[in-house]
Design a protein around this ligand. Structure first.
Ligand code: SF4
Length: 379
């Protein structure tokens, strides 16, 4: 199969709709006889579409329009946002609750949906019944860098089908191989990549917005991801979960490309740590994204909420400028070699914190409020 590319510079419904129609014709995707569709955008946190962290609702609206035009009558969409989040808030802030009401398309919370147990390399996992039963499963990822996996595209978005417990286990299994293995289980029939804007640097949640102007459509996750990774300036063979998925026979890393889209070198995410001044948030592949994000969420709260302006903000500034503060999370978290105060986040670091006598913030994951409150008292 081939991957279709087009340059799209802004979220204009007609442009996206026409591009999807052209892609389906160009790739020879036959939707006749299909009645139901399930659309899986990337709605990982409660972020507005302008942040490029979530799939833009215009892309999903355009897709729904094309699918209806081509005879699909029962369409639903949904995601299972990050571990521990308020899902209704995620749906509201990302614009999907309104979109669902306006289009009359059911919005499914995959964190609570019915699942069926399926065997895989690491035991059993729960696959959403709605995705197994649909005639057409469409994966609609964003184009973003990632601290553990270099990029997050279709294969990584596919992981969003998992339950919260299975997502946590993926991280504890080292992430790359579980991602590759999951790519073999109910793979999508169609991938529509929203790279009109993307994220570079400290992605997927705290990076910089890029006007990347990339729109890609394909029928194989590895093919789409390999093409998109090259447009971001990365060699897909060096992206471990893609290489492993390719070795499992999921897809070709060098597919035929029809059309074109701009390429640019994306600034990669730092794979060791995120850093602001002397405050380091260390990356451990066994840590879930939401655990890592709970510290950056606490820092954002400190800036936004007046109650922290004269309590937590000066403390963070002091540690950031004159001292060193290390935040660690994940089952395999290690003590940083550098000197400074170490804060352990999440259940996974409880034993380490106890044995080393370090400050520990419980929760799985801890909320940004819990992190902010503890830092306000303890620093
Ligand atoms: S404590 Fe954090 S890293 Fe550990 S399982 Fe829970 S969310 Fe994941």
């Amino acid at each position: 199969m081939a991957v279709f590319l087009e340059e799209i510079g802004r979220y204009r419904l007609e442009d996206v709709r026409n591009a999807i129609g052209r892609a389906l014709d160009e790739l020879g995707v036959d939707l006749s006889g299909k009645r139901t569709a399930f659309i899986k955008p990337n709605l990982v946190i409660a972020a507005k579409p302008g942040t490029a962290v979530v799939t833009h609702p215009v892309v999903v609206e355009a897709l729904v329009g094309v699918l209806r035009e081509r005879g699909l009558t029962s369409i639903s969409m949904g995601d299972g946002p990050g571990v521990g989040l308020d899902v209704e808030k995620v749906f509201r802030v990302t614009g999907y609750r309104k979109l669902s009401e306006r289009l009359g398309v059911e919005l499914v919370n995959l964190n609570t949906t019915e699942r069926r147990k399926r065997e895989w390399k690491y035991g059993e996992m729960g696959v959403p019944a709605i995705v197994e039963d649909t005639d057409l499963y469409v994966n609609v990822p964003k184009l973003k860098t990632h601290g553990y996996t270099k990029v997050t595209l279709a294969v990584k978005n596919h992981k969003g089908l998992l339950s919260e417990a299975d997502k946590k286990r993926d991280h504890q299994l080292g992430l790359h191989d579980p991602l590759a293995q999951q790519a073999t289980i109910r793979p999508p029939d169609l991938i529509v990549l929203d790279g009109i804007t993307g994220v570079e640097g400290d992605g997927p949640l705290n990076g910089k917005v890029v006007k990347s102007r990339v729109f890609a459509v394909g029928t194989n996750m590895v093919e789409v991801d390999a093409v998109a990774a090259r447009l971001m300036g990365f060699d897909p063979a060096e992206i471990e979960h893609l290489r492993l998925a390719h070795e499992l026979g999921v897809g070709n890393m060098d597919p035929e490309v029809r059309g074109a889209a701009p390429s640019r070198q994306f600034e990669p995410a730092n794979e060791e740590f995120g850093r602001v001044a002397n405050i380091y948030s260390w990356r451990d592949p066994t840590a879930c994204s939401m655990c890592i994000d709970s510290f950056s969420g606490a820092a954002h709260l400190a800036v936004r909420k007046p109650k922290y302006w004269f309590t937590l903000v000066p403390k963070l500034a002091y540690w950031g400028v004159f001292k060193k503060l290390h935040i660690i999370q994940g089952k395999a978290a290690r003590l940083p070699g550098e000197r400074g105060r170490v804060i352990c986040l999440g259940q996974c670091t409880r034993d380490l914190a106890e044995s080393e006598g370090l400050t520990h913030i419980a929760g799985c994951p801890p909320t940004p409020e819990e992190v902010a409150e503890t830092l306000r008292k303890e620093l």
